[in-house]
Design a binder for this molecule. Structure first.
Ligand SMILES: Nc1ncnc2c1ncn2[C@@H]1O[C@H](COP(=O)(O)OP(=O)(O)OP(=O)(O)O)[C@@H](O)[C@H]1O
Length: 350
């Protein structure tokens, strides 16, 4: 599992990640959601030891990941699909990775087949589409057959067939007992993919809980009815204690269930053309909870400020802490990280 404790990163004086405490459990697909600039990539980089925390810590299977030999066997990651040598072929790229991680060469063709790039594996990566590069990045992550996988915006650039394939792949990887941690700024991408969600905004934890629990925080679901007798039905439902909004022949109803509505309609011989329970919108819940955290966006929509929420995730496993109050400073991971190379990172004060 991945465990972050009071994880904090500042670039100069700018806080990118603040006091994040969460746990990502094995056997589940965990969506890591937040608006642009929320701090997702920074967090993933800290998990991988590519950035060192200003405070706090993050461990993979109980240890900091940085410097672990043959890292690809422990954690596979796709951070930036463009971050590859365009002059190399996909096969050469994977061979190089396999060699430096002491992974048998035969594994390269296995993963190329798995991601659907076997036929183009000899072509220069520079000529690949974004979707093909994403597939190559996923192949790199799978190369070491690792128990933990991190993906930063893996659906970018994929066509619908590719999106479906990635979703099925993540499900299979989680069903095999792996930890699958996937970032996205779009709830719609996570809606059919994630079991659990960790949501951040402006670097702070907003929610850490199962997807269903998160959905329940959004605007409540309602029942939609279409009926030529809508007006009469609306009166009956209101008398039964429901709240009804009328749009001509269409009614949106809360406070009674669909079977109760069907029973009232039948009892009064009112014909129904349509009756459906509309679940609370995840997208709505996400937008409501993160509205105050959007770094660059139109303001003034009257959104509620974000509040931290958390519940148990990962089945019976203990849930993460959503404590966003400033905690005691935890010593940063010792030793320089690759980002510490002068000139590589903008505004990173040390
Ligand atoms: N190397 C850096 N130097 C200075 N500021 C940075 C650096 N990297 C990220 N930031 C800032 O830190 C904040 C978090 O950025 P990060 O890329 O982690 O967010 P994100 O959630 O991954 O965003 P996106 O969805 O747009 O990729 C942003 O305000 C960003 O501008």
């Amino acid at each position: 599992m991945i465990e972050a404790t009071a994880l904090t990163k500042r670039y100069g004086t700018k806080p990118a990640v603040r006091n994040l405490t969460f746990t990502v459990h094995p056997g589940r697909v965990t969506g890591f959601l937040g608006p642009n600039g929320a701090g997702k990539s920074t967090t993933l980089r800290m998990i991988l030891g590519l950035h060192s925390p200003t405070f706090g810590s993050v461990t993979v299977a109980g240890r900091p990941f940085a410097g672990r030999p043959r890292g690809l066997r422990h954690v596979g990651a796709l951070l930036d699909a463009h971050d590859v040598h365009g002059g190399r072929s996909a096969r050469a790229q994977l061979w190089a990775l396999a060699r430096s991680n002491r992974i048998p060469r035969g594994r390269v063709d296995e993963v190329l087949g798995e991601v659907g790039l076997a036929d183009v594996a000899g072509r220069r990566i520079g000529g690949y589409s974004l979707g093909m590069k994403q597939r190559l990045g996923i192949a790199s992550a799978l190369l070491g057959d690792p128990p933990v996988l991190l993906f930063d915006e893996p659906l970018n650039g994929l066509d619908p067939e590719g999106v479906k394939w990635v979703r099925e792949l993540f499900r299979r990887l989680a069903d095999e007992g792996r930890t699958v941690f996937v970032s996205s700024h779009l709830m719609s991408e996570m809606e059919h993919t994630a079991d659990d969600l960790i949501v951040i905004g402006r670097g702070e934890l907003i929610a850490a809980e199962p997807l269903a629990a998160f959905a329940a925080r959004g605007t409540r679901g309602h029942v939609t009815v279409r009926s030529p007798g809508a007006e009469a039905l609306a009166g009956l439902l209101t008398a039964a204690g429901a709240a009804v909004t009328s749009y001509g022949e269409r009614l949106e109803i809360t406070g009674v269930t669909a079977p109760e509505i069907a029973r009232i309609a039948l009892d009064h011989r009112i014909l129904l053309h349509y009756l459906s329970t509309e679940n609370a919108s995840l997208e709505r819940a996400f937008m409501e909870l993160t509205a105050d955290s959007v770094e660059y966006g139109a303001r003034g929509a009257g959104a509620e400020p974000a509040r931290p929420v958390a519940g148990p995730i990962g089945g019976d496993a203990p849930g993460p802490t959503a404590d966003v109050t400033p905690g005691p400073a935890v010593a940063p991971t010792p030793g320089p990280a690759p980002e510490d190379t002068p000139g590589l990172t903008l505004g990173d004060a040390r």
